[in-house]
Write a protein that binds this ligand. Structure first.
Ligand SMILES: Cc1ncc(COP(=O)(O)O)c(C=O)c1O
Length: 379
């Protein structure tokens, strides 16, 4: 017997973990003030880039003495330029509990050939950040987008550390508290919690990171795209809107729209509350079902953005095929797009809960998840 379909549907079925849903009030019209066909080095272009930098500072509450730059190649570009520019001065600890963190380990160990101490945890688990030596450099991911496991807070990172903390915060920024005094390098890209466009990375440097850049020259060659210093001095222009190479002014305009939307709804608190409410709706759903559970084990580490779920019903024989089939049913119905688990992650679903997602859409989608599960298990 066919399982009955729910009566209501999400208004927006976009639950991808990146690029993520646009802000609810977004339309193409939002980009009409983009200075298209103009140089990004003309006054109008530089003003927009500077506004993107200062808007970021404003919404995220980044201290005035931290540098914020817009850099090429999205979050990956920002992380790699930090690693290539800063590492090698002292021992390094690489920390990973999912796919992206693992990628930074490869960069460090196999590409830069640094004999780092590597600390890893399985999908769903986290490395105990209290056991690290913060007099060494530490590279880690704040929110593991492919496992739905996040650092709960930065309390264990000492304020008086001698090493640098280099943090990939791309799926955390704007949805989770980032303790700026504990982070020397923070990176993210626009297409996650803010629903912006891809290809531009944000690089945030503490005064100590700048000090390292100005006092240490790595042994390896540095392509132009990674170069943050000239003659031992920070290239300040990068942090005031004179980008290393050409940015998309259309993407900049789109990010400015997202920042303005964030301010209009109440800023960082409001963004975080939206992500929390979205994730909570899913957690509540899982708590009342015995066939689905959070992949993240410890509740303190449950992500409020990339919520990763696993099917636990003992009747399921092929977990990967089952999860794929459920995701396919939801996609075919136009209920939830792109919610299959990441390719390297355990089988399951990943539902983006960042601030641009409406809680009403999550709530309308969940009964369909019931429907898709019951339909699939019955086949
Ligand atoms: C934690 C994390 N790091 C890095 C990346 C790569 O980001 P980008 O495509 O912006 O370079 C992603 C993308 O999903 C991510 O989730």
């Amino acid at each position: 017997m066919a399982i009955q379909k729910p009566a209501t549907r999400p208004a927006n079925p976009r639950f991808s973990s990146g690029p993520c849903a646009k802000p609810p009030t977004w339309s193409l019209d939002a980009l009409k003030d983009a200075p298209l066909g103009r140089s990004h080095r003309a006054a109008v272009g530089k003003e927009k880039l500077k506004a993107a930098i200062e808007g970021t500072r404003d919404v995220l509450g980044i201290p005035a003495d931290y540098k914020i730059g817009i850099v090429p190649a999205s979050d990956t570009g920002a992380v790699e330029m930090a690693m290539w520019s800063l590492l090698g001065e002292r021992p390094v600890q690489m920390v990973a509990w999912e796919s992206f963190g693992a990628g930074w380990v490869t960069d460090c160990v196999k590409q830069l050939k640094i004999e780092a101490t590597t600390r890893t945890a399985e999908y769903g688990e986290i490395v105990d950040m209290a056991t690290l030596d913060y007099d060494q450099d530490v590279v880690f991911t704040w929110n593991g987008t492919t496992s739905g496991v996040r650092v709960p807070n930065g309390d264990v990172i000492p304020a008086d550390r001698a090493g640098l903390t280099i943090c990939d915060a791309t799926s955390a920024a704007f949805a989770q508290d980032l303790p700026w005094d504990k982070l020397d390098v923070t990176t993210f890209s626009w297409q996650k919690v803010m629903g912006g466009e891809a290809a531009h990375g944000m690089l945030i440097l503490s005064p100590r990171a700048v000090e390292r850049l100005e006092s240490y020259t790595p042994a390896w060659p540095m392509p132009k795209i990674f170069r943050l210093t000239k003659a031992g001095k920070l290239i300040d222009g990068i942090f005031t809107g004179a980008t290393i190479n050409t940015p998309s002014m259309l993407c900049v305009e789109d990010y400015l729209f997202a920042l303005n939307w964030a301010k209009s709804i109440g800023g960082l608190d409001a963004l975080q509350m939206r992500a929390n409410a979205n994730a909570q709706a899913i957690w509540n759903f899982c708590a009342t079902r015995d066939w689905i559970d959070n992949l993240a084990v410890n509740k303190a580490t449950w992500s409020n953005t990339s919520v990763c779920l696993k099917f636990t019903d003992p009747r399921i024989e092929d977990g990967a095929a089952f999860a794929k089939a459920v995701a396919k049913r939801l996609e075919a119905e136009g209920i939830a797009l792109d919610i299959g688990a990441y390719r390297d992650a355990p089988a399951g679903l990943r539902i983006w809960c960042g601030a641009t997602v409406e809680t009403s859409d999550i709530e309308a989608m969940l009964p369909w998840l019931d429907w898709a599960f019951q339909s699939e298990i019955a086949t």
